[in-house]
Design a protein around this ligand. Sequence first.
Ligand code: OAD
Length: 232
Amino acid sequence: MEKSAKIVILTGAGISAESGLGTFRDEGGLWARHRIEDVATPEGFARNPDLVHGFYNARRTQAAAAAPNPAHQALARLQREHKGEVVIVTQNVDALHESSGAAQVLHMHGTLAGALCSACGHRWAAPLQMQTGQPCPACAAPAGRPDVVWFGEMPYFMEEIYAHLAGADLFAAIGTSGEVYPAAAFVDEAHLAGAHTVELNLEPSATASRFAERRFGPASEIVPDWVAELLT
Ligand code: OAD
């Protein structure tokens, strides 16, 4: 790998699993216990905002108590020590990349740390417990919601992410099942741009065959090893 290579990394729930945060689709995962339509769609929020706030309040509380693991720390190290650009794109709504010291992190599915006014689009820092009808500090509408992207909504930073993929020399997907688009198609964009592609996951994802290289195991072990190789 060239010293100045541009590296784009996509992370998913699997990178935070060993920090104690549940994934979505593994056995006993969040989507086995909650219906996506109820807690992760605009329609679900309109039907029962208390239920949706309750779901994200519990996740916010759990995420606030979680600590980054060696996989997050290895990516922060890669950002610090690699001579070229290292862009982290995450589907995760926790802040474990940031708390491990990572600088450039694009939260394409939003963040638990944020509140969003569905009336005027203003954003502010979410309290640990959000309530239904939370007034917006900018327009006072009782329309506060978690600043997370729900199914049926457009993920954030897409133009910026595609621009990064178009310039990537190396693309890695870490701890993601490859079940959710558009993130699941980033490997194809990177491949078209001529990047080497690598999957790092506990087991082959739905998109594993589209990667040039695959490494399987717990993120806390395989990610630090991979980063150490890249930096030598
Ligand atoms: P998933 O729960 O779909 O997939 C997690 C992946 O991590 C699986 O492929 C696991 O095998 C792997 N995994 C589990 N433990 C691991 C470990 N210790 N080390 C490495 N890998 C491990 O989570 P995502 O792919 O992130 O979106 O899900 C994508 C999106 O679907 C989420 O952002 C969320 C969800 O619905 C929205 O809510 C909009």
